[in-house]
Design a binder for this molecule. Sequence first.
Ligand SMILES: [Zn+2]
Ligand SMILES: [Zn+2]
Length: 537
Amino acid sequence: MNGSSEVSLVALGGLGEFGRNVLWLSCGDSNVVVDAGVSFPDEAFPGIDRIAPDLSPLRSVRIDAVLLTHGHEDHVGSLPLLSEWCEAPVYSLPFTAALARRRLEEAGLAIERLVEVRRGQTLRAGAFAFTFFRVSHSVPDSAAILIEAGGWRLLHSGDFKLDPDPPDGETTDVEGIAQAAAAGIDLALIDSTNAERPGRALSERIAGAGLAAAFADAPGRIVLTTFSSHVARISQAADAAMAQGRRVAILGRSMRTIAEIAERFGRLRIAARIAPPELADAAPSRVLCLMGGSQGEPFSALYRLSLDEHADLKLKPGDLVLFSARTIPGHERSVNRVTDHLVRRGARVLREADPPIHVSGHAHRDDIADWLALVKPRSVLPVHGEARMLAAAAEIAREHGVPAESVPLVDNGDRLTLSASGMRIERRAVATGKIFLDSRPEMVDLEVVRDRRRLAEEGFVVVLVHDREIAVVSRGVARDETELSGEVSRAAREVLDRATAEERADAEWLRAEIALVAKRACRREFGIRPVIVPVIV
Ligand SMILES: [Zn+2]
Ligand SMILES: [Zn+2]
């Protein structure tokens, strides 16, 4: 180790868990935050949309910069929360900045703090200097970042893979990274997501070929769902469809917004578009519909389609629905549920195929080994993953000659310090926690203090549904309880009345729908925003 003063790292999220990546680096009284992400909870958190790490440990320090590796939600989703009080400039490559901008605008926050960085350009903030290098991943402008402070040189891989020939040309900047590494890397932070998987991550082109093959024997409509930010996949799907004379419709707000950004950046060109209202009259063999909802989210376009409730599209027997995305762990049941609904509509559903219709955006074992050979780090810190993934990445580092004592495994809240006398770990140095976010457009964090404030101001309303019976219980709501209960029951009753038998049997759908109408009824009739707790028995 050759630094002149100490540099410390604390993860507030992302270690020993999937998602909500936030890394806090400090050197003297200067601090930098890398990524500000959220994770997506499974069904163990009813009514909760996203989970952010508790960012309050950052409130007591001077933050000189926030650096974003790329625009995925597990890296930028809690930026609005951080930006409520942190005014530090936020640096990223341009496409990431566009996605972050949309997040901040939705939350009504200032966007002036966003700074677009060019690849290879070195910037300074406080005691830190940093340089962004492009890496191949599943969203444009993903970056690895060289971070220098106190005489130390750290290279954060971001999320990456080594696709030598991606269809969008977004290769990993091997040359730039090799040059940066030539001056020595003290610590390499490495994406461990796929460290358990042998071999190499497949090229994005394989997914394109898989989609074209699957499209070839589809006589009816094709509906494809993937992550809205996966521009390369959307582009390949559109190309494959247009090659067969199909026109392309994009349904759902999130995917439309990101497609617009991608078109503005020249990352997506869809020459043959079809507007959603024209779908009803178009020949089924002539359309491809792209939409979000690949994780079975109850308010997504795909979910509405699966329940025959989409305004512009009705599935018919013989239509093909492709899931061109992996299922995030914990979302298997939601994905299975939406698949069952689709199958009941007579659609053919394709989730796994040969050749594959989805490939991963994360490096496998051999890719990680190649990265380490390129970077030649003195020490390695596995990041981005559950404990077993971090352990697998550590094993790869040791196999490739990094001494075991230079491959630390740390948890959220542990402080890792690089000092002249070596590497030091202080376990549980910083208190970490979670903040729960619900599906409202504005952020509501359920952290104890604010939760209490809100409950004190607005109270809560529980809507109990048992078969066709509805009971409403409210506490702390400053309105006539009978009137309130009457309005909310009426709204919930309407949901039950218009729901099909299939929808009524879908507790997740009912819960989401009843929460929405109860929230609206409270706001419209009484001008209040209590916490709504739908309980389906
Ligand atoms: Zn990512
Ligand atoms: Zn990630």
